[in-house]
Design a protein around this ligand. Sequence first.
Ligand SMILES: NC(=O)c1ccc[n+]([C@@H]2O[C@H](COP(=O)([O-])OP(=O)(O)OC[C@H]3O[C@@H](n4cnc5c(N)ncnc54)[C@H](OP(=O)(O)O)[C@@H]3O)[C@@H](O)[C@H]2O)c1
Length: 375
Amino acid sequence: MKSVLLLGGSGSIGRQTTQVLNGLRDEFLLVGISLSRDYDYNLSVLNEFKSIKFCHLREKSELKIYKNKFPNIKFFHSDSGLLKIISSSKFDIVINALPGFVGFLPTLKIINVGSKLLLANKESLVVGGEIVNSLLKEKNASITPIDSEHQGVYQLLKKKDKSEVDKIIITASGGALRDYKLDDLVNVKASDVLKHPNWNMGKYITIDSATMLNKVYEIIEAHFLFGFDYSKIEAFIERTSNIHALTLDYSGNMDSFSSSNDMKIMIFHALKDDQFSGNKIELKDYKLLNIDEKLYPLYSIRYSKLIENPLNRVCLVSANTISSRLFLENKISFLDLININLEYFNGYYKGKPNIRNICKLYYKVGKSINKKYNY
Ligand SMILES: NC(=O)c1ccc[n+]([C@@H]2O[C@H](COP(=O)([O-])OP(=O)(O)OC[C@H]3O[C@@H](n4cnc5c(N)ncnc54)[C@H](OP(=O)(O)O)[C@@H]3O)[C@@H](O)[C@H]2O)c1
């Protein structure tokens, strides 16, 4: 039996992970979980998984109610509690399905304590891929990806020597606005952006999918996970989201990884860490389309030299998180969101890209955007 801690347990990935774990009770024991503010859901999980001994709640104010109901569970709260729960027991596996920057320090902590890390939180690698990779090296550890494209590349690379591979290719659905014309973007509302054609995901990643920033993040994630230069990573739109990843070998051979668009499949195989070839498909039945930088201006970031600077990437994640929230609250337009991201990504930032400066800069940028646009 492997003990599991699930961070981000009440989100889209988190809820699907509990469903997968429910079917794998003879192999995995859910011992710890972090939950948020959905009281009914929280109660249902804590009642369903009697194995839970450690629980993190986002809000300190709610602790008392839960402590009374579940006296045998040890509770933690706030962002600092996320780090404490990771070291509260020796978990065999920790799944990081937290959203955004809040997942970064937990990723480092999980590697530090020696638990096996299953990563959905791509922002960890976007803001601190260099730091994460040097820690992995020091601890002789590795990451198992949950993201479908990266689980795809991970599976494809299990079957061949990396040195044979010239390029890795990941796919994008195109998001909710893929059939819009450029002129229509002026009038886009949050409700339009949240109508994803293929996937049912959390609000923030659904916005990132519509702006194509999600693919920029994923190219950065692939760079750090698999060690390929940015020039060796490509992305195309595949509208059905059935093909997740491809590898192109120097020999000309191309392999693809496809499966239905259900994250539970990726979570299942990440947990098992088994060989999964995916579904056999006829590549000729699918189209890979170029990503139009006019419709997706944020996609240009993937070609910028600034992508190599962690501080610019931190500012991008911060700007995107805050501007996405402001967009969801109807305080800024969709085009404002895009422009804010470009403005902060293209800024000039001084300082060493160490953990302290990364955290400081993240909050500083967030504050400055809030002050400027939160009228
Ligand atoms: N969803 C997908 O299909 C998918 C696929 C691939 C990768 N990913 C990645 O997986 C990560 C999670 O995505 P998601 O779609 O599952 O997100 P989500 O649905 O927004 O869920 C995230 C959960 O974490 C909670 N949370 C937020 N801030 C927290 C904090 N400071 N402390 C504790 N809990 C906190 C949220 O609570 P509230 O609800 O109260 O805010 C929510 O329950 C992201 O990095 C995303 O890019 C997601």
